[in-house]
Design a protein around this ligand. Structure first.
Ligand code: IFM
Length: 460
Protein backbone atom coordinates (compact mmCIF):
# COMPACT_ATOMS: atom_id res chain seq x y z
CA UNK A 1 0.00 0.00 0.00
CA UNK A 2 3.00 2.32 0.22
CA UNK A 3 4.57 3.47 -3.04
CA UNK A 4 8.32 3.56 -2.86
CA UNK A 5 9.48 5.89 -5.64
CA UNK A 6 11.34 8.73 -4.02
CA UNK A 7 11.27 12.09 -5.83
CA UNK A 8 14.26 14.36 -6.15
CA UNK A 9 14.12 16.62 -3.14
CA UNK A 10 15.44 19.55 -1.31
CA UNK A 11 16.61 18.68 2.18
CA UNK A 12 15.66 20.24 5.47
CA UNK A 13 18.67 21.63 7.25
CA UNK A 14 19.61 23.63 10.35
CA UNK A 15 23.03 24.87 11.47
CA UNK A 16 25.27 22.25 13.09
CA UNK A 17 24.95 23.99 16.46
CA UNK A 18 21.14 24.16 16.30
CA UNK A 19 19.31 23.32 19.55
CA UNK A 20 16.91 21.33 17.35
CA UNK A 21 19.66 18.74 16.99
CA UNK A 22 19.91 18.15 20.73
CA UNK A 23 19.19 14.52 21.75
CA UNK A 24 16.52 15.89 24.11
CA UNK A 25 14.55 17.60 21.36
CA UNK A 26 11.60 15.47 20.19
CA UNK A 27 10.42 15.29 16.59
CA UNK A 28 7.08 13.78 15.73
CA UNK A 29 4.11 13.66 13.41
CA UNK A 30 0.49 14.31 14.37
CA UNK A 31 -3.05 13.25 13.45
CA UNK A 32 -6.52 13.25 15.04
CA UNK A 33 -9.15 10.51 15.35
CA UNK A 34 -12.04 11.89 13.31
CA UNK A 35 -9.72 13.09 10.58
CA UNK A 36 -8.17 9.69 9.84
CA UNK A 37 -9.95 6.76 11.47
CA UNK A 38 -13.23 6.16 9.65
CA UNK A 39 -15.06 3.05 10.96
CA UNK A 40 -17.87 5.28 12.18
CA UNK A 41 -20.24 2.32 12.56
CA UNK A 42 -17.96 0.89 15.29
CA UNK A 43 -18.54 3.83 17.62
CA UNK A 44 -21.20 6.25 18.88
CA UNK A 45 -22.28 9.11 16.68
CA UNK A 46 -20.36 12.33 17.29
CA UNK A 47 -21.02 16.00 16.56
CA UNK A 48 -19.01 15.92 13.35
CA UNK A 49 -21.00 12.98 11.97
CA UNK A 50 -24.12 15.07 12.50
CA UNK A 51 -22.59 18.34 11.23
CA UNK A 52 -21.41 16.66 8.01
CA UNK A 53 -25.05 15.96 7.18
CA UNK A 54 -25.93 19.68 7.15
CA UNK A 55 -26.13 20.77 3.49
CA UNK A 56 -23.25 23.11 2.68
CA UNK A 57 -21.44 22.62 6.01
CA UNK A 58 -18.53 20.73 4.42
CA UNK A 59 -17.10 22.18 1.19
CA UNK A 60 -16.96 18.87 -0.72
CA UNK A 61 -20.03 17.37 1.02
CA UNK A 62 -17.81 14.68 2.52
CA UNK A 63 -17.79 13.11 5.97
CA UNK A 64 -15.67 11.00 8.31
CA UNK A 65 -17.34 7.66 7.73
CA UNK A 66 -14.23 6.19 6.07
CA UNK A 67 -11.65 9.01 6.17
CA UNK A 68 -8.17 7.41 5.71
CA UNK A 69 -9.50 4.08 7.01
CA UNK A 70 -6.81 4.19 9.65
CA UNK A 71 -9.03 2.07 11.90
CA UNK A 72 -8.30 -0.87 9.59
CA UNK A 73 -4.89 0.24 8.30
CA UNK A 74 -3.34 1.23 11.63
CA UNK A 75 -0.61 -1.41 11.47
CA UNK A 76 0.73 -0.23 8.14
CA UNK A 77 0.35 3.37 9.30
CA UNK A 78 2.56 2.67 12.31
CA UNK A 79 5.09 1.04 9.97
CA UNK A 80 4.94 4.25 7.96
CA UNK A 81 5.53 6.39 11.05
CA UNK A 82 8.43 4.18 12.07
CA UNK A 83 9.91 4.46 8.57
CA UNK A 84 10.02 8.23 9.02
CA UNK A 85 12.35 7.80 11.99
CA UNK A 86 10.40 10.15 14.27
CA UNK A 87 10.64 10.02 18.06
CA UNK A 88 6.94 10.49 18.75
CA UNK A 89 3.45 10.17 17.35
CA UNK A 90 0.69 12.53 18.46
CA UNK A 91 -2.82 11.16 17.91
CA UNK A 92 -6.20 11.55 19.55
CA UNK A 93 -8.64 9.24 21.25
CA UNK A 94 -12.16 9.21 19.91
CA UNK A 95 -14.36 9.67 23.00
CA UNK A 96 -17.37 8.11 21.21
CA UNK A 97 -15.24 5.07 20.31
CA UNK A 98 -14.06 4.25 23.82
CA UNK A 99 -17.20 5.13 25.79
CA UNK A 100 -20.74 3.82 25.73
CA UNK A 101 -23.74 6.02 26.38
CA UNK A 102 -24.26 4.29 29.75
CA UNK A 103 -20.95 5.74 30.95
CA UNK A 104 -19.01 2.48 30.70
CA UNK A 105 -15.99 1.75 28.54
CA UNK A 106 -16.38 0.28 25.08
CA UNK A 107 -13.83 -2.54 25.32
CA UNK A 108 -13.46 -2.86 21.54
CA UNK A 109 -12.56 0.82 21.25
CA UNK A 110 -10.10 0.58 24.12
CA UNK A 111 -8.47 -2.48 22.50
CA UNK A 112 -7.98 -0.49 19.28
CA UNK A 113 -5.98 2.17 21.11
CA UNK A 114 -4.14 -0.31 23.35
CA UNK A 115 -2.92 -2.06 20.20
CA UNK A 116 -1.67 1.25 18.83
CA UNK A 117 0.00 2.23 22.10
CA UNK A 118 1.69 -1.14 22.46
CA UNK A 119 2.93 -1.16 18.86
CA UNK A 120 4.30 2.36 19.17
CA UNK A 121 6.13 1.47 22.37
CA UNK A 122 7.53 -1.70 20.74
CA UNK A 123 8.88 0.51 17.96
CA UNK A 124 10.35 3.01 20.40
CA UNK A 125 7.97 5.78 19.32
CA UNK A 126 6.60 7.85 22.18
CA UNK A 127 2.79 8.07 22.25
CA UNK A 128 1.48 11.63 22.70
CA UNK A 129 -2.22 11.19 23.31
CA UNK A 130 -4.81 13.94 22.86
CA UNK A 131 -7.97 13.20 24.82
CA UNK A 132 -10.29 15.57 22.96
CA UNK A 133 -9.79 16.65 19.37
CA UNK A 134 -13.31 17.93 18.70
CA UNK A 135 -15.35 14.70 18.34
CA UNK A 136 -17.87 15.08 21.16
CA UNK A 137 -20.40 12.23 21.44
CA UNK A 138 -23.64 13.49 19.88
CA UNK A 139 -25.74 12.36 22.86
CA UNK A 140 -23.82 14.85 25.01
CA UNK A 141 -24.43 17.61 22.47
CA UNK A 142 -28.12 16.74 22.68
CA UNK A 143 -27.84 17.66 26.38
CA UNK A 144 -26.25 21.03 25.57
CA UNK A 145 -22.71 20.00 24.64
CA UNK A 146 -20.05 22.43 25.82
CA UNK A 147 -22.73 24.92 26.83
CA UNK A 148 -23.69 22.46 29.55
CA UNK A 149 -21.36 22.54 32.56
CA UNK A 150 -22.02 18.85 33.12
CA UNK A 151 -20.10 18.02 29.91
CA UNK A 152 -16.92 19.00 31.76
CA UNK A 153 -17.71 16.37 34.40
CA UNK A 154 -18.58 13.80 31.71
CA UNK A 155 -15.14 14.50 30.23
CA UNK A 156 -13.54 13.97 33.63
CA UNK A 157 -15.30 10.60 33.91
CA UNK A 158 -14.19 9.54 30.41
CA UNK A 159 -10.60 10.60 31.14
CA UNK A 160 -10.67 8.70 34.41
CA UNK A 161 -11.71 5.41 32.78
CA UNK A 162 -9.49 5.77 29.74
CA UNK A 163 -6.36 6.74 31.65
CA UNK A 164 -6.84 3.77 33.97
CA UNK A 165 -7.24 1.46 30.98
CA UNK A 166 -4.11 2.84 29.29
CA UNK A 167 -2.02 2.40 32.45
CA UNK A 168 1.55 3.58 32.01
CA UNK A 169 1.63 3.25 28.21
CA UNK A 170 1.16 6.93 27.41
CA UNK A 171 4.19 9.22 27.30
CA UNK A 172 2.23 12.45 27.21
CA UNK A 173 -1.42 13.40 27.58
CA UNK A 174 -2.99 16.52 26.19
CA UNK A 175 -6.45 17.13 27.59
CA UNK A 176 -7.81 19.27 24.75
CA UNK A 177 -6.73 20.26 21.29
CA UNK A 178 -7.39 23.94 20.49
CA UNK A 179 -10.35 24.80 22.75
CA UNK A 180 -10.60 28.10 20.82
CA UNK A 181 -11.74 26.15 17.76
CA UNK A 182 -14.24 24.04 19.69
CA UNK A 183 -15.71 27.11 21.40
CA UNK A 184 -15.48 29.91 18.85
CA UNK A 185 -15.77 28.06 15.54
CA UNK A 186 -18.27 25.53 16.92
CA UNK A 187 -20.54 27.61 19.17
CA UNK A 188 -20.02 31.27 18.22
CA UNK A 189 -19.66 31.45 14.44
CA UNK A 190 -20.93 27.97 13.62
CA UNK A 191 -18.47 26.94 10.90
CA UNK A 192 -17.45 23.82 12.87
CA UNK A 193 -19.57 21.24 14.66
CA UNK A 194 -22.02 21.54 16.31
CA UNK A 195 -22.64 24.60 14.12
CA UNK A 196 -24.22 26.92 16.70
CA UNK A 197 -24.03 30.65 16.07
CA UNK A 198 -24.33 33.16 18.86
CA UNK A 199 -21.97 35.77 20.32
CA UNK A 200 -23.39 34.65 23.68
CA UNK A 201 -22.17 31.08 23.33
CA UNK A 202 -18.44 31.23 22.55
CA UNK A 203 -17.06 32.21 25.94
CA UNK A 204 -19.53 30.08 27.87
CA UNK A 205 -18.46 27.01 25.87
CA UNK A 206 -14.80 28.00 26.29
CA UNK A 207 -15.17 28.16 30.07
CA UNK A 208 -16.63 24.66 30.24
CA UNK A 209 -13.86 23.37 27.99
CA UNK A 210 -11.21 24.93 30.23
CA UNK A 211 -12.98 23.54 33.28
CA UNK A 212 -12.98 20.10 31.63
CA UNK A 213 -9.25 20.48 31.10
CA UNK A 214 -8.66 21.33 34.77
CA UNK A 215 -10.81 18.45 36.00
CA UNK A 216 -8.99 16.07 33.66
CA UNK A 217 -5.63 17.30 34.96
CA UNK A 218 -6.72 16.26 38.48
CA UNK A 219 -7.56 12.78 37.21
CA UNK A 220 -4.35 12.45 35.21
CA UNK A 221 -2.15 13.45 38.11
CA UNK A 222 -3.75 10.60 40.05
CA UNK A 223 -4.01 7.92 37.33
CA UNK A 224 -0.97 8.83 35.25
CA UNK A 225 1.51 10.72 37.41
CA UNK A 226 4.50 9.73 35.28
CA UNK A 227 3.24 10.99 31.93
CA UNK A 228 3.69 14.60 30.82
CA UNK A 229 0.27 16.16 31.11
CA UNK A 230 -0.83 19.44 29.54
CA UNK A 231 -2.98 21.07 26.89
CA UNK A 232 -2.64 22.11 23.25
CA UNK A 233 -3.62 25.65 22.24
CA UNK A 234 -3.60 27.34 18.85
CA UNK A 235 -2.32 30.88 18.44
CA UNK A 236 -2.17 33.39 15.60
CA UNK A 237 -0.29 36.61 16.40
CA UNK A 238 -2.62 39.56 15.80
CA UNK A 239 -1.03 42.39 13.81
CA UNK A 240 -2.52 45.78 13.06
CA UNK A 241 -2.96 46.88 9.46
CA UNK A 242 -1.49 50.33 10.15
CA UNK A 243 0.27 52.17 12.96
CA UNK A 244 -2.89 54.12 13.57
CA UNK A 245 -3.70 53.77 17.31
CA UNK A 246 -7.20 52.54 16.53
CA UNK A 247 -5.90 49.70 14.38
CA UNK A 248 -3.32 48.84 17.03
CA UNK A 249 -6.09 48.71 19.62
CA UNK A 250 -8.18 46.54 17.29
CA UNK A 251 -5.34 44.01 16.96
CA UNK A 252 -4.85 43.97 20.73
CA UNK A 253 -8.54 43.34 21.23
CA UNK A 254 -8.54 40.43 18.78
CA UNK A 255 -5.51 39.01 20.59
CA UNK A 256 -7.41 39.13 23.91
CA UNK A 257 -10.40 37.35 22.40
CA UNK A 258 -8.60 34.67 20.41
CA UNK A 259 -5.24 34.02 22.10
CA UNK A 260 -5.02 35.38 25.64
CA UNK A 261 -8.54 34.23 26.53
CA UNK A 262 -7.21 30.67 26.63
CA UNK A 263 -3.64 30.85 27.87
CA UNK A 264 -4.12 33.42 30.65
CA UNK A 265 -6.67 31.49 32.74
CA UNK A 266 -4.60 28.31 32.36
CA UNK A 267 -1.42 29.93 33.60
CA UNK A 268 -2.65 32.73 35.84
CA UNK A 269 -6.11 31.58 36.89
CA UNK A 270 -7.89 34.62 35.47
CA UNK A 271 -9.40 35.77 32.20
CA UNK A 272 -7.98 38.83 30.42
CA UNK A 273 -9.29 42.26 31.49
CA UNK A 274 -11.57 42.03 28.45
CA UNK A 275 -13.98 40.09 30.65
CA UNK A 276 -15.05 43.37 32.23
CA UNK A 277 -15.82 44.90 28.83
CA UNK A 278 -17.93 42.22 27.18
CA UNK A 279 -21.73 42.31 27.54
CA UNK A 280 -23.13 40.42 30.52
CA UNK A 281 -24.90 37.90 28.25
CA UNK A 282 -21.56 36.92 26.66
CA UNK A 283 -19.81 36.23 29.96
CA UNK A 284 -19.10 32.67 31.07
CA UNK A 285 -20.79 31.29 34.18
CA UNK A 286 -17.85 31.07 36.58
CA UNK A 287 -18.50 29.25 39.84
CA UNK A 288 -16.37 29.52 42.98
CA UNK A 289 -13.23 27.43 42.62
CA UNK A 290 -13.42 27.13 38.80
CA UNK A 291 -10.39 29.31 38.13
CA UNK A 292 -8.20 27.32 40.54
CA UNK A 293 -9.26 24.10 38.81
CA UNK A 294 -8.49 25.59 35.39
CA UNK A 295 -5.05 26.79 36.49
CA UNK A 296 -3.82 23.32 37.51
CA UNK A 297 -0.04 23.01 37.12
CA UNK A 298 0.94 21.52 33.76
CA UNK A 299 4.04 19.67 32.61
CA UNK A 300 4.00 21.41 29.23
CA UNK A 301 1.96 23.62 26.94
CA UNK A 302 1.44 22.59 23.33
CA UNK A 303 1.51 25.40 20.78
CA UNK A 304 -0.09 24.99 17.35
CA UNK A 305 0.98 27.60 14.82
CA UNK A 306 0.04 28.10 11.18
CA UNK A 307 -0.17 31.83 10.42
CA UNK A 308 -0.69 35.36 11.72
CA UNK A 309 -3.77 37.55 11.28
CA UNK A 310 -4.05 41.24 10.40
CA UNK A 311 -6.73 43.49 11.88
CA UNK A 312 -8.13 46.97 11.48
CA UNK A 313 -10.60 48.90 13.58
CA UNK A 314 -14.28 48.33 13.06
CA UNK A 315 -17.05 50.47 14.53
CA UNK A 316 -19.36 47.59 15.33
CA UNK A 317 -17.10 44.88 16.83
CA UNK A 318 -13.97 46.87 17.58
CA UNK A 319 -11.86 44.80 15.18
CA UNK A 320 -12.10 43.32 11.73
CA UNK A 321 -9.85 40.81 9.99
CA UNK A 322 -8.16 42.09 6.83
CA UNK A 323 -7.21 39.92 3.88
CA UNK A 324 -4.16 41.57 2.35
CA UNK A 325 -3.29 41.09 -1.30
CA UNK A 326 -0.04 39.71 -2.72
CA UNK A 327 1.06 37.80 0.35
CA UNK A 328 2.42 34.23 0.05
CA UNK A 329 -0.44 31.90 0.94
CA UNK A 330 -1.00 28.20 1.56
CA UNK A 331 -3.87 26.35 -0.07
CA UNK A 332 -6.01 27.29 2.96
CA UNK A 333 -5.49 30.96 2.06
CA UNK A 334 -3.37 31.36 5.19
CA UNK A 335 -0.36 33.65 4.93
CA UNK A 336 3.03 31.95 5.14
CA UNK A 337 4.63 33.95 7.93
CA UNK A 338 7.34 31.99 9.75
CA UNK A 339 8.64 34.97 11.73
CA UNK A 340 5.22 34.98 13.45
CA UNK A 341 6.15 31.72 15.13
CA UNK A 342 9.32 33.16 16.68
CA UNK A 343 7.41 36.27 17.69
CA UNK A 344 4.62 34.23 19.28
CA UNK A 345 7.02 32.03 21.24
CA UNK A 346 8.95 35.03 22.53
CA UNK A 347 5.74 36.82 23.48
CA UNK A 348 4.45 33.82 25.40
CA UNK A 349 7.81 33.43 27.10
CA UNK A 350 7.96 37.10 28.07
CA UNK A 351 4.33 37.32 29.22
CA UNK A 352 3.80 34.12 31.19
CA UNK A 353 5.59 31.77 33.56
CA UNK A 354 5.27 28.75 31.32
CA UNK A 355 6.23 25.12 31.62
CA UNK A 356 8.21 23.73 28.64
CA UNK A 357 6.62 24.27 25.24
CA UNK A 358 6.07 21.73 22.48
CA UNK A 359 5.16 22.84 18.98
CA UNK A 360 2.37 20.30 18.70
CA UNK A 361 1.26 21.29 15.19
CA UNK A 362 2.82 23.17 12.32
CA UNK A 363 2.46 22.54 8.62
CA UNK A 364 0.76 23.62 5.44
CA UNK A 365 -1.94 22.58 2.99
CA UNK A 366 -0.58 22.90 -0.53
CA UNK A 367 -2.06 22.06 -3.94
CA UNK A 368 -0.17 18.77 -4.33
CA UNK A 369 0.30 17.25 -7.76
CA UNK A 370 0.63 13.50 -8.00
CA UNK A 371 2.88 12.99 -11.03
CA UNK A 372 4.68 9.72 -11.90
CA UNK A 373 3.93 8.31 -8.45
CA UNK A 374 5.64 11.29 -6.84
CA UNK A 375 4.53 14.39 -5.01
CA UNK A 376 7.26 16.95 -5.27
CA UNK A 377 5.80 19.38 -2.71
CA UNK A 378 8.62 21.89 -2.60
CA UNK A 379 6.38 24.65 -1.20
CA UNK A 380 5.45 22.55 1.83
CA UNK A 381 9.08 21.59 2.27
CA UNK A 382 10.08 25.22 2.23
CA UNK A 383 7.31 25.99 4.79
CA UNK A 384 8.84 23.39 7.12
CA UNK A 385 12.34 24.71 6.53
CA UNK A 386 11.46 28.30 7.45
CA UNK A 387 9.33 27.31 10.43
CA UNK A 388 11.98 25.00 11.86
CA UNK A 389 14.37 27.93 11.66
CA UNK A 390 11.77 30.07 13.46
CA UNK A 391 11.77 27.54 16.31
CA UNK A 392 15.58 27.43 16.29
CA UNK A 393 15.62 31.19 16.64
CA UNK A 394 13.14 31.23 19.56
CA UNK A 395 15.17 28.64 21.48
CA UNK A 396 18.36 30.61 20.94
CA UNK A 397 16.55 33.63 22.40
CA UNK A 398 15.74 31.74 25.57
CA UNK A 399 12.40 30.00 25.02
CA UNK A 400 12.24 26.49 26.47
CA UNK A 401 10.94 24.41 23.55
CA UNK A 402 11.22 20.67 23.76
CA UNK A 403 9.72 19.30 20.58
CA UNK A 404 8.12 19.79 17.18
CA UNK A 405 5.33 17.84 15.48
CA UNK A 406 4.53 18.08 11.79
CA UNK A 407 0.85 18.46 10.95
CA UNK A 408 0.07 16.14 9.51
CA UNK A 409 1.41 12.64 9.11
CA UNK A 410 -0.96 12.16 6.18
CA UNK A 411 -3.66 13.94 4.20
CA UNK A 412 -6.97 13.69 5.98
CA UNK A 413 -10.43 15.15 6.58
CA UNK A 414 -9.76 18.85 6.97
CA UNK A 415 -13.02 19.62 8.81
CA UNK A 416 -15.23 22.14 6.99
CA UNK A 417 -12.85 21.96 4.00
CA UNK A 418 -13.41 18.22 3.56
CA UNK A 419 -10.71 16.22 1.78
CA UNK A 420 -9.75 18.90 -0.72
CA UNK A 421 -7.07 20.52 1.43
CA UNK A 422 -4.05 18.30 1.94
CA UNK A 423 -1.82 18.84 4.98
CA UNK A 424 0.06 15.53 4.92
CA UNK A 425 3.72 14.85 4.47
CA UNK A 426 2.27 11.60 3.14
CA UNK A 427 -0.26 11.64 0.30
CA UNK A 428 -3.46 9.60 0.63
CA UNK A 429 -5.34 8.31 -2.40
CA UNK A 430 -8.87 8.19 -0.98
CA UNK A 431 -9.99 5.58 -3.53
CA UNK A 432 -7.26 3.00 -3.07
CA UNK A 433 -6.19 4.20 0.39
CA UNK A 434 -2.62 4.02 -0.85
CA UNK A 435 -0.18 6.19 1.09
CA UNK A 436 2.73 7.84 -0.78
CA UNK A 437 5.45 9.76 1.01
CA UNK A 438 5.79 13.29 -0.40
CA UNK A 439 9.12 15.06 -0.94
CA UNK A 440 8.50 16.89 2.36
CA UNK A 441 8.04 13.54 4.10
CA UNK A 442 11.32 12.22 2.75
CA UNK A 443 13.07 15.42 3.76
CA UNK A 444 11.57 15.24 7.26
CA UNK A 445 12.62 11.59 7.50
CA UNK A 446 16.18 12.37 6.40
CA UNK A 447 16.40 15.32 8.75
CA UNK A 448 15.24 13.48 11.88
CA UNK A 449 17.10 10.29 11.03
CA UNK A 450 20.41 12.05 10.50
CA UNK A 451 20.56 13.96 13.77
CA UNK A 452 24.07 13.64 15.21
CA UNK A 453 23.13 11.63 18.29
CA UNK A 454 21.46 8.97 16.14
CA UNK A 455 24.37 8.75 13.70
CA UNK A 456 26.87 8.49 16.55
CA UNK A 457 24.80 5.80 18.23
CA UNK A 458 24.90 3.72 15.06
CA UNK A 459 28.70 4.10 14.80
CA UNK A 460 29.20 3.03 18.40
O1 IFM B 1 -6.44 19.91 10.73
C1 IFM B 1 -6.39 20.83 11.76
C2 IFM B 1 -6.23 20.13 13.10
O2 IFM B 1 -7.24 19.22 13.34
C3 IFM B 1 -6.24 21.14 14.21
N1 IFM B 1 -5.31 22.21 13.98
C4 IFM B 1 -5.31 22.83 12.69
C5 IFM B 1 -5.24 21.78 11.60
C6 IFM B 1 -5.24 22.46 10.20
O3 IFM B 1 -6.40 23.22 10.05
Amino acid sequence: MLTESQPSQTQLHVPADSPLLSPNFTFGVATASFQIEGAASERLENIWDRFCQVPGAIKDDSNGLVACDHYHLWEQDIELIASLGVDAYRFSISWPRVMQQNGQLNEQGIRFYLNILERLIAKNIKPYVTLYHWDLPQYLEDQGGWLNRDTAYQFKHYVDLVSQAFGDRVYSYSTLNEPFCSAYLGYEIGIHAPGLKSPQYGKKAAHHLLLAHGLAMQVLSKNSPNSMNGIVLNFSPCHSLTNNPQDIKAAQLADQHFNQWYIKPLIEGQYPALIDQIPFEHKPDILDGDMQIIAAAMDYVGVNYYTREIYQTDMQNGFEKVQQKNLPLTDMGWEIYPQGLTELLLDLHNTYKLPPIYITENGAAMPDKFIDNKIDDQERLSYYQTHLMAVDSAIRQGVNIKGYFAWSLMDNFEWAEGYVKRFGIVYVDYQSMQRTIKASGYAYRDFVSNRPHLINREVV
